[in-house]
Design a protein around this ligand. Structure first.
Ligand code: KIV
Length: 265
C-alpha cells in the first residue's frame, strides 16, 4: 500500500516559496467538499467567511458568526488528511482587541484548524502579533477585504499602492506566515510579493503571487450570485446539478424510479 501523502504544514508554505513552487488553495465549508479538494491535492483549504454568501445566501460575509465558523471548520477538518486547514475569523471576532483575537483564533485551533486568516493591514497588526505570540499561525489578507465592504463602498479593486505595500509589510512584520492579496492590480500585487519574504496568495491579483486561492463554488460553477472577472470556472456543476435533479424528479413522476435494482425484496 502506498504511504499516505505527508501533511502540508505551516513551514511548508515558506519552503514552497523558497523553491519557487506555486501554492494552490481553495475554499471549502463542509466534509464532502473538503474531502474532494484534499483528494485533488490542493496545498491548503480555507474555511472562508465567503460561506456567508455561497452557503448562507447573504450579500456580504458580515453576518457570519464565530460559532458558525467553528462548526464549518470542524466539518472541513474531518474531511482532510493532507492539506493545511486555515479558518477565517469572521467580522467582529478579532477587531475589538488583540486579546479577543487570540481567544477567537485559539477556538479555531481547538476545532482542528492549523492556522487562521484575518483581514486588514497596519490597523490589525497588533492582533496578528498577539496570535503569533500565542503560537497561532496567521495568514493575513489585504487589498479588497470583504469585511470592509462598507468602508470601500462595495467590493471594489483597491489601487492605493503605497498603503497596500505598507499594510502587507505590517502583516509580515507582525509574524504572519502568508498573505492573501485580493482584488488589486497585478503590478501592485507583484510589488507586494517582491517586498515580502512570506508567500503571497492571490485572488484577483494577477500571476506574480506565490499562490492562488479561489472560492469552491466559483471554481466549479455552483454560484451565480455574481461572477468577478478574476474567477475561472473549471467546471459547470451548476448546470450538471440542475440537469441531474430534473431527471430524478421526472423519473419519480413517471414512475421510472425506483426500478427493480433499487428495491429490497
Ligand atoms: O472568505 C474567503 O473565501 C476568502 C477568500 C476568497 C480569500 O477570504
Amino acid at each position: 500500500m502506498p504511504a499516505p501523502a505527508p501533511r502540508v504544514t505551516v513551514p511548508e508554505f515558506a519552503a514552497a516559496r523558497s523553491r519557487g513552487d506555486k501554492l494552490a488553495v481553495v475554499t471549502a465549508y463542509d466534509y464532502t467538499s473538503a474531502k474532494l479538494a484534499d483528494e485533488a491535492g490542493v496545498d491548503a483549504i480555507l474555511v472562508g467567511d465567503s460561506l456567508g454568501m455561497v452557503i448562507q445566501g447573504h450579500a456580504t460575509p458580515l453576518p457570519v458568526t464565530l460559532a458558525q465558523m467553528q462548526y464549518h471548520t470542524a466539518c472541513v477538518v474531518r474531511g482532510v488528511t493532507r492539506a493545511l486547514v486555515v479558518a477565517d475569523l469572521p467580522f467582529l471576532s478579532y477587531q475589538v482587541s488583540p486579546r479577543q483575537a487570540v481567544r477567537s483564533a485559539g477556538s479555531m485551533l481547538k476545532v482542528g484548524a492549523a492556522a487562521v486568516k484575518l483581514e486588514g493591514g497596519e490597523r490589525i497588526a497588533d492582533a496578528i502579533a498577539a496570535c503569533v505570540r500565542a503560537d497561532i499561525p496567521v495568514m493575513g489578507h489585504v487589498g479588497l477585504t470583504p469585511q470592509s465592504v462598507h468602508r470601500m463602498g462595495g467590493f471594489k479593486v483597491q489601487r492605493d499602492a503605497e498603503q497596500l505595500v505598507k499594510d502587507a509589510r505590517a502583516v509580515a512584520d507582525a509574524g504572519a506566515f502568508a498573505l492573501v492579496v485580493e482584488g488589486v492590480p497585478s503590478d501592485i500585487a507583484a510589488a507586494i510579493t517582491a517586498a515580502l519574504s512570506i508567500p503571497t496568495i492571490g485572488i484577483g491579483a494577477g500571476p506574480s503571487c506565490d499562490g492562488q486561492v479561489l472560492v469552491y463554488h466559483d471554481l466549479l460553477g455552483l454560484f451565480d450570485g455574481f461572477r468577478p472577472k478574476f474567477v475561472k470556472r473549471y467546471a459547470d456543476l451548476g448546470t450538471a446539478t440542475r440537469t441531474a435533479i430534473r431527471e430524478y424528479a421526472d423519473e419519480v413522476r413517471r414512475g421510472a424510479f425506483p426500478a427493480a435494482e433499487h428495491e429490497f425484496r
